[in-house]
Design a protein around this ligand. Structure first.
Ligand SMILES: [Zn+2]
Length: 258
C-alpha cells in the first residue's frame, strides 16, 4: 500500500491522508487539518512529509496547510480551479500526474461540492487493494458531498464521470467519516437495500480509525448516487418516473433535509 488514513482528533470528523513512497519513505500530506497530528503519524510510520496536496478550498481542508509548509518546507500542490481561493506552489491541471518519490497519482478536476474541487487517483495493476481514490468531499461512503457552496448538476456530472472511470476494485478515501449516518439515510429511503443493512451492521461496531475500506464495486450496491439506474433505486415510487439527473438532484435534496 502507498496510503495511510488517519482520523483527525477534534476536527469536523475529518480524515487526513499520507500518500507515500515505500522506497524513499517520503510522504505527501493531503488536506492537512492538524500539522502536529500529521507529523506524529508520519514519524510513527518512519515517513518524512515532503509535499502537501490539497483537494479543495474549504477551511477544514486547508486549515494547517501553511503551518505544515513552514514546518516541513513542503511545496503545496492544488487543483488549478482553486487559484482564486488560496496560494499554492503548483497548480494541477485535469489528468495531470503528481509524484511523491516513486509513487504517482493522477489528479482529476471534480467540480460540484465546490468549484475548485479535485481528486487524486492511484492505479495499480499488480496489487488490487492499492487502487484507490482520495475523493475528499466529492464521493463519500454511501453518499456524495453537499452542494452548499457548489452546484448539484456539476456534482451529478462529476459523479457520473467517476463512476464510469473508476474500476470496481478502487477503494474510497473520503475526507470525512460519514458512513454510518449515510447508511442510515439510505435505509430510511430504501429499507429494501440489504447491502446497506449488511455494511451498517459491520461498520457500526468499528471506530473511525478502524472503519473498513469500501471499494467502488461495493459502493454501487448501496450508494444510491452511484446506482441511479439500478432497480433498487428506481423501485422507489418517487424516483421511478425521473431521469438519472433528476434522481440525483432529488436524492441530494433528501439528504440536505436528513
Ligand atoms: Zn468541503
Amino acid at each position: 500500500m502507498t496510503i495511510i488514513r488517519t482520523h483527525v482528533p477534534d476536527s469536523q470528523n475529518n480524515y487526513n491522508h499520507l500518500v507515500y513512497c515505500p522506497l524513499m519513505r517520503k510522504a505527501a500530506a493531503v488536506d492537512p487539518y492538524n500539522a502536529d497530528h500529521l507529523l506524529a503519524v508520519a514519524k510513527k510510520h518512519d515517513l518524512t512529509i515532503a509535499q502537501i496536496w490539497i483537494t479543495h478550498e474549504h477551511g477544514d481542508h486547508i486549515r494547517d496547510m501553511k503551518k505544515l509548509k513552514a514546518q516541513t518546507g513542503s511545496d503545496i500542490y492544488a487543483p488549478s480551479s482553486c487559484q482564486d481561493f488560496f496560494q499554492a506552489d503548483h497548480w494541477l491541471q485535469d489528468k495531470q500526474g503528481v509524484t511523491i518519490g516513486t509513487t504517482t497519482l493522477k489528479h482529476k478536476l471534480t467540480p460540484g461540492h465546490t468549484p475548485g474541487h479535485g481528486v487524486y487517483i492511484h492505479a495499480d495493476q499488480d496489487q488490487e487493494e492499492n487502487n484507490y481514490i482520495i475523493c475528499a468531499d466529492t464521493l463519500f461512503n454511501a453518499g456524495v458531498g453537499n452542494v452548499i457552496s457548489g452546484d448539484v448538476i456539476q456534482l451529478f456530472r462529476t459523479t457520473e464521470m467517476l463512476s464510469a472511470l473508476l474500476p470496481d476494485a478502487c477503494r474510497l478515501y473520503p475526507g470525512h467519516d460519514y458512513i454510518v449516518n449515510n447508511l442510515e439515510f439510505v435505509l430510511h429511503h430504501f429499507p429494501w437495500c440489504h447491502a446497506a443493512q449488511k455494511v451498517l451492521t459491520e461498520v457500526s461496531t468499528q471506530q473511525p480509525d478502524t472503519r473498513q475500506m469500501q471499494n467502488i464495486g461495493q459502493e454501487k450496491t448501496y450508494n444510491p448516487f452511484l446506482s441511479l439506474t439500478s432497480s433498487w433505486v428506481t423501485a422507489h415510487p418517487a424516483l421511478h418516473e425521473l431521469n438519472a439527473q433528476q434522481r440525483f438532484v432529488t436524492l441530494r435534496d433528501w439528504r440536505n433535509q436528513w
